[in-house]
Every structure is written in structure tokens, then in C-alpha cells.
Design a protein around this ligand. Sequence first.
Ligand code: NAG
Ligand code: NAG
Ligand code: NAG
Length: 503
Amino acid sequence: MRTQGALAAGALLVGAACAASTPPGVVRWDISRRDRRQELARLGKRADTYEEVITNEEMRGGYFATCQIGTPGQDLTLQLDTGSSDIWVPASTAQVCSRRGDRGCSFGSFNPDESETFEVVGEGNFDISYVDTSYAKGDYFTDVFEIGGAVIQNMTMGLGSDTDINHGLVGVGYPQNEAIVGTTQSLRSMYPNLPIQMVNEGLINTAAYSLWLNDLDASSGNILFGGIDTKKYVGELTRIDILPTIEDIRTSFKVYLTSLQAVSASGKDTLTSRKFPIPVVLDSGTTLSYLPTDIAQQTWREVGAIWSDQLGNAVIPCKMRTSKGYFSFGFAGPSGPRIKVGMDELVLDLTSGPAPLFTSGKYSGEEACRFGIQNFTSAPYLLGDTFLRSAYVVYDLVNNQIGIAATDFNSTESNIVPFPSLSAHIPSATPAPDQAQATEKPSFTTPAYAAKSGFLDLNAPAPESGDESAASGLGPVFGAGQMAVVGLTMVLTMLGSGLFVLL
Ligand SMILES: *[C@@H]1O[C@H](CO)[C@@H](O)[C@H](O)[C@H]1NC(C)=O
Ligand SMILES: *[C@@H]1O[C@H](CO)[C@@H](O)[C@H](O)[C@H]1NC(C)=O
Ligand SMILES: *[C@@H]1O[C@H](CO)[C@@H](O)[C@H](O)[C@H]1NC(C)=O
């Protein structure tokens, strides 16, 4: 996500698919998941430090895809980000691209001198920075941009002549969040960004797209501009309203999270927060999810995750990924849609090498992983890829709504339905009932933790749907005292870099 009262950045790298067999009015772009760790491993180069791996993985993990820019087309692999709104590419002359080996721009860079159609439209006007403080600066330019077999003749993009990021991004958020609007502090400087320009050039009927990230274990998903794919989700597709940032202006895909339940073999716990209803931004550019500390700590307690001061992250024994327990995220009030996120999507590797081991504390000797729900101090909170993989999400920038349903993991079937016209509502989707109730503040009660032991019994199946009459559990496994920060020492064995001991 771009800075501007925002938090984490990250990104989905969108890769261009070859021309897909899609009906007119939709453009499909296949994306593949890649993270910094894999990138480093792929290039046979070890990470310099553990810190860097953590930071990069968090901020730069994501989904990538290929596109062609200019005439003749130059191939670039870019990261897809719903949390920012500009397309930008590193210039081939940028210093970051002249570094040797994988430190340079291995995903491609753009050479304006080799494009006959390149035109500068805003000299020195492009200046973007992301929440992890990385940045890109240079000119705004227009050129031909080709994705997924669709050709956009006149696309405005940023040229990163001065940047510390070695690959470009495709921001598909609201034009109101373009970097130029932040620079000039004026909405009058907005230009038609990718979803808008695709409408302007007649490629799609309305400014909307659907994102299917697929399973953590699968390497790819896709973004479908101008349509939905009814075979990529199960159950109902429900429309909920996107919240404005100020007055009537929307700058991010922010919705209210109105409930969170932990469901496991021993029952269901309803988690609570003083921050309900919690404004959360659906940000494909962020790897993890970030919730207010009170409720994040409850999720940790459910699954036995512990806070590591050294890593600044909640960590969990890797074996917990086989737990059958899941969290159920509720939106738009009591009768709104709910999305289940299983533990297999919430336990992530910390490094590309062998997993680090806990060397002290109650998990001593066990493999350590990162937990997919972390805490953050202030709004807006974020639902990143650890949440989004379990959801099929349609972003409708014209009606300011998202459509959300449970994803159909690994679906190989396809039934694409285009939006029929500009400002048409999301096809096949029904509005969430009683959305007004989403703003109600529930009374705060302490969760019972009745069901906590269920997450820890790895062989016990979780009930299919959360039964309101939560079964009485086996009692808390950890005393309240252990919710406090647990000091932890990890021994890290990294690819080719020997042994690190973090204090
Ligand atoms: C290309 O787009 C820019 C920015 O929207 C606009 O100013 C310019 O007139 C367009 N050029 C053509 C040839 O349509
Ligand atoms: C999806 O496919 C991946 C890779 O083939 C596999 O590891 C994973 O278990 C599958 N997920 C589901 C939910 O079937
Ligand atoms: C997250 O929780 C930990 C443990 O309670 C705390 O030390 C840390 O400051 C919190 N981080 C944020 C950003 O609130």
C-alpha cells in the first residue's frame, strides 16, 4: 500500500497471461505467486541477513505477471497491488538496475529510447512512496501497455529513474489514490489509471475486476478485468459497500469487519475487540493480515502463537498448519458474508531454507513459522494475502462495492460473466442485508476461550459450520500470564549462510 495514512505495503505481481479464451468485454491476466525468499532461492543467491528476508518477504511478497510496454513491446514482470493506483516501471538507467546479478532489475526495466510511442506527459511529476519507505521518482509518461492479450494504446505510467525498488508495480486502486494526487494535493490532477483507461479504450465495460489468488500451496491465480468467474467461488457472492475516506471520496478498498470467530473441534469462540466495527483494507499487496492488538492477541491465544520481540512478529510452531481449526471473518453486520480461513493458509515459512527452531520456551526444539495474523496499532487495519487467498473478491470502482465469496481452491473450471455495462452491479451478486448494522458497536465481552484446545489437537476435525452453542472446551491450555511477550531464541539455518543465532 502507498503511504498516505496507510500501513503495510506489499504487492501482487501480475504476470501477463497469454491471450486467454475469454468473452469480449473481459481481460484475464494470470498472476503467479512469488516472494522475495523464493526469488532469492531461484536466483541461487542467499539472503544477506535475516532481517532483510523478513522485511522483503512481508513488503514485497506477492503475485507477479508479465506485460509488454512500448513499441516494439518490452517485456516486464510487474507486481499487482490493490493498495496503490499507479503503474510504474524502473528505468533501465536507474541505478538500482545497474547492480550486478539478482540485485539488479531481473524482472525487467524500461528503456524509453527504444520505444517509438513513448511520450513524457509530466516531467519530474512522478513521486511515489510505499509504507515500507521504499520509493520511485521520475517522469509520468504515456505509452502502449499490453496485458493478457489486451492492448491499451495510451496508458499513463511512472518512470522510476530514481528508485530503490528493482521491479515495477501495477496499482489497480482508485484513481483518487494516485501518487500525483498526493503530490499536488488536488483531485484535479487525477489521470485515468489502468481500470479506468481499459474502460475508456473499450476493452471492458466498467471499472471493475475480480481477483482469485488461490491456495497458498498453489503458485498462481488470476485477475479478471471487467468480469467475474462464477466457477472460482462457492456459495453466494455478496455485495458490500466500500467505506469513504473523507466525505464521498474513496481511496482504498476499506470495509467493516464486524465479527471474528475461532472454530475448532472443541467448539467456537467469538472473539472481541474494542475496535469493532474494524475498518480493514483489502490489500493484495500485503502478505500478512494486521488487526488491532486486542483481537490479534486473542487469535494468537487460540492457536498457541507467541509474540517474538526479536522478530517483531507473532510466531507459531509450523506443525500447527495441519490443525483443522479455522477463523471465520464476518463482514457487513450479523447477516453479512463470512469467510473461513483455515490454519493451512495462516502458517507461513519464515525463511526459504530449513525452518528455524525454537531453542527455548515451551516449543523448544520445534520448527518455527510466522503466523498470518499480526497486530497493528492504528486504523486502517489490513487484510492481506493470508486472508485474501480464502476469498474470491470482486472490486467495483464505479458502484463502490466489493463482492465477496468463499474461494474455490484449485478450481480448473471457468464460467466468465462480463459486467454488461458501465455502472452495472456485480453480476450474480446479492447485496448484503442490513448493511446499516455494520456500523453498530457490539458490547465488549471477554472471550471465553472455550474452544482453544481444539486448535492444538491436530487430528480433530473442526465442525463444518460454527454452531452458536459453543461446546465447552477442555479448558485453556495457557495461563493468562503466558499471553505476555514470551522471550524466544531461535537458531536459524539459512541457505548457504551457516548458522545464525538471534539473541
Ligand atoms: C493520452 O492520455 C493522456 C492522459 O490521460 C492525455 O492527456 C492525452 O491526450 C492522451 N493522448 C491521446 C493521443 O489520446
Ligand atoms: C491445491 O493445489 C496445491 C498444489 O497442487 C495443493 O498442494 C493443495 O493442497 C491444493 N489445495 C486444495 C484445497 O485442494
Ligand atoms: C503487538 O503485540 C506485541 C505483544 O503484545 C507488542 O509488544 C507490540 O508492540 C504490538 N505491536 C503493535 C504494532 O501494536
